[in-house]
Design a protein around this ligand. Structure first.
Ligand code: NDP
Length: 455
C-alpha cells in the first residue's frame, strides 16, 4: 500500500485527522479538490463571522454618539470588506497546508475517487491505502421551484461583487438568520421568508420568540408561515412569488434551505460504502462506514454539522487508529451558537426536550443590556436555565444576547460536568456583566410537567 491512511477532503475534519495520524507515525496522504480548510474556513464560519463583525461595526457606529463620540454611520465599502476577508482567508489556507506539510502528510491538490475499496484515483494517479477516510463535507441545496437557479446559495454570498440593496433570504435555520443580520446590518432591505411560525426550529422556544423580536427590531421584514413559489428575472430585478400570493421585487434571492453531503461521483459503490436516504454516509460510534477499513467524519455523515464536532471526530479517529487510544465522540451537550445579531447560544436540552424527561424548573431573565440603557437601542438579552426538578442538574442553558457564544462556552463546561443549580448559585458572579445573571437566577419562572413546589 502507498499509504497507511488516505484522507479525502481537506476541511476541518480531514486536515485534523491527517495531521494527527501523521504525528502518530502513520504514512498519510490527503486530497483536496477545491480549497484547504474546507467550508468553515472558506465559505462558512470564518468569513461569515467577519461579515457579522462588519455589520456590528455599523450598529456600534450608530450607537457611539450616545457615549460622546462625534462619529456617525457612514457608507459601507463592500468591496473593501470582501478584499480584507479574502486576504485573511488565503493566509489561513496557507496555514492549513503548512501544518499538513510540517506533520509529514503528502498533499494532493486534486479530486480523489474510489476505484475499489483500497484504491483511489487522485487527479489521474492510482494510489492505494490500508485505510481511507471520507471527509468531503456538504453543499447547500435549493428547493425545486421554478427559477430556483436565479437565486444564490451561501457559497456565492461570500463573493458577491457588491452589496445588494434588497435581499430575500429563504429559510429559517442558522445560515438564514445569520445572513439576514449581515445584509440588514450593512444597510440592505432584508426579507426573511420562512415556512415555520418562528425561526430556528429545534431551538428553545423562548430564544426563538426573542430572536423574532430582535430581527424585527433590526429592521428585517419577517414573512413567517410562508414558502417561495417561483422566481422570475426582470433585468437585474428578481420577482419572487410567495405562498401568501404576494410578490417581492428584490436584487438578490438567497436560498438558505439546508445542506446535503458531498457523496456524488465519489465512486462509493466501487468501494462498497453505503449511503443514507439524503446521500449521507452512516457510521457507527467508531466512525466506521459499512466497510470496516473506510471511515467517514464531519458533515458528510450529516449528524451534527458543526466544525468543532468535525475536528473532534478527525482527532479521535486518528488517535483510535494510530495513537493506541481508541475513543468515541459524544454528541451529548454539544454547545452551539447562531451568529445572528444579537447571537443565540445554547448547550444541552431545550425546555421542550427536557420536559419529556420529567418536571423541570425553568429560570428566565430578560433585561436591557447595560450599554443599551445609554444608547436606548431596543435590544433585550434573554437567559434561561432548564433544571431537572428531581436531581437539580442543569440540563440546558440558553442565551440570546451580545457575547452569548463567549458566555455559553464556559457554561458548557459546567453542564458537561453535571453541575446542579445549587452549584451555579454558589458561584460568585463577575460584576457588572451579563454573564453573572447565570449565577444569580434566583426566581423560578415556571415548572414544566407536573406542578411541583419549587425547592
Ligand atoms: P438548516 O438545516 O439549519 O436550515 C434550513 C432551513 O431551510 C430550515 O429553516 C428549513 O425549514 C428551511 N427549508 C428547507 N427546505 C425548504 C424548502 N423547500 N422551502 C422553504 N424552506 C425550506 O440549514 P442551513 O442551510 O441554515 O445550515 C446547514 C447546517 O450548517 C446547520 O444546520 C448547521 O448544522 C450548520 N451551520 C452552523 C453554523 C454555526 O455553527 N453557527 C452556521 C451555519 C451553518 P424547516 O425548519 O421547516 O425544516
Amino acid at each position: 500500500m502507498d499509504f497507511d491512511l488516505f484522507v479525502i477532503g481537506g476541511g476541518s475534519a480531514g486536515v485534523r485527522c491527517a495531521r494527527i495520524a501523521a504525528s502518530h507515525g502513520a504514512r498519510v496522504g490527503i486530497a483536496e479538490e477545491r480549497f484547504w480548510g474546507g467550508t468553515c474556513v472558506n465559505i462558512g464560519c470564518v468569513p461569515k463571522k467577519f461579515m457579522v463583525m462588519a455589520a456590528e461595526y455599523g450598529i456600534n457606529a450608530e450607537d457611539a454618539p450616545s457615549f460622546g463620540w462625534d462619529i456617525g454611520r457612514g457608507p459601507h465599502d463592500w468591496a473593501k470588506l470582501i478584499a480584507a476577508k479574502d486576504k485573511e482567508i488565503s493566509r489561513l489556507n496557507g496555514i492549513y497546508t503548512r501544518l499538513l506539510d510540517q506533520a509529514g502528510v503528502k498533499i494532493y491538490d486534486a479530486r480523489a475517487t474510489f476505484i475499489d475499496a483500497h484504491t483511489l484515483d487522485v487527479g489521474g494517479q492510482r494510489l492505494t491505502a490500508e485505510r481511507i477516510v471520507i471527509a468531503t463535507g456538504g453543499h447547500p441545496v435549493r428547493p425545486e421551484i421554478p427559477g430556483a437557479k436565479l437565486g444564490i446559495v451561501s457559497d456565492d454570498a461570500f463573493y458577491l461583487p457588491e452589496r445588494p440593496n434588497r435581499v430575500a433570504i429563504i429559510g429559517g435555520g442558522y445560515i438564514a438568520v445569520e445572513f439576514a443580520g449581515i445584509f440588514a446590518g450593512l444597510g440592505a432591505e432584508t426579507h426573511l421568508i420562512y415556512r415555520q411560525p418562528l425561526p430556528l426550529r429545534g431551538f428553545d422556544e423562548d430564544m426563538r420568540v426573542g430572536l423574532a423580536e430582535a430581527l424585527t427590531s433590526n429592521g428585517i421584514i419577517l414573512h413567517f408561515d410562508t414558502t417561495p413559489v417561483s422566481i422570475a428575472a426582470n433585468g437585474d430585478v428578481k420577482s419572487l412569488a410567495l405562498s401568501d400570493l404576494s410578490m417581492l421585487e428584490v436584487d438578490l434571492v438567497f436560498f438558505a434551505t439546508g445542506r446535503v453531503a458531498n457523496t456524488g461521483g465519489l465512486g462509493l459503490e466501487a468501494a462498497g460504502v453505503k449511503t443514507g436516504p439524503k446521500g449521507e454516509i452512516p457510521i457507527d460510534d467508531m466512525l466506521t462506514t459499512s466497510v470496516p477499513h473506510i471511515f467517514a467524519i464531519g458533515d458528510v455523515t450529516d449528524r451534527l454539522n458543526l466544525t468543532p464536532v468535525a475536528t473532534a471526530e478527525g482527532h479521535a479517529l486518528a488517535d483510535s487508529l494510530f495513537g493506541n487510544n481508541p475513543r468515541k465522540i459524544s454528541l451529548q451537550n454539544v454547545p452551539t451558537a447562531v451568529f445572528s445579531i444579537p447571537p443565540i447560544s445554547t448547550v444541552g436540552l431545550s425546555e421542550t426536550e427536557a420536559a419529556a424527561k420529567g418536571p423541570m424548573k425553568i429560570f428566565i431573565t430578560k433585561f436591557t443590556p447595560m450599554r443599551h440603557s445609554i444608547t436606548g437601542r431596543p435590544r433585550k438579552t434573554i437567559m434561561k436555565l432548564v433544571v431537572d426538578a428531581a436531581t437539580d442538574k442543569v440540563l440546558g442553558a440558553h442565551m440570546l444576547g451580545e457575547d452569548a457564544p463567549e458566555i455559553i462556552q464556559g457554561i458548557a463546561v459546567a453542564v458537561h460536568c453535571g453541575a446542579t443549580k445549587a452549584d451555579f448559585d454558589r458561584t460568585i458572579g463577575i460584576h457588572p456583566t451579563a454573564a453573572e445573571e447565570f449565577v444569580t437566577l434566583r426566581t423560578q419562572t415556571r415548572v414544566t410537567g407536573e406542578d411541583i413546589a419549587p425547592r
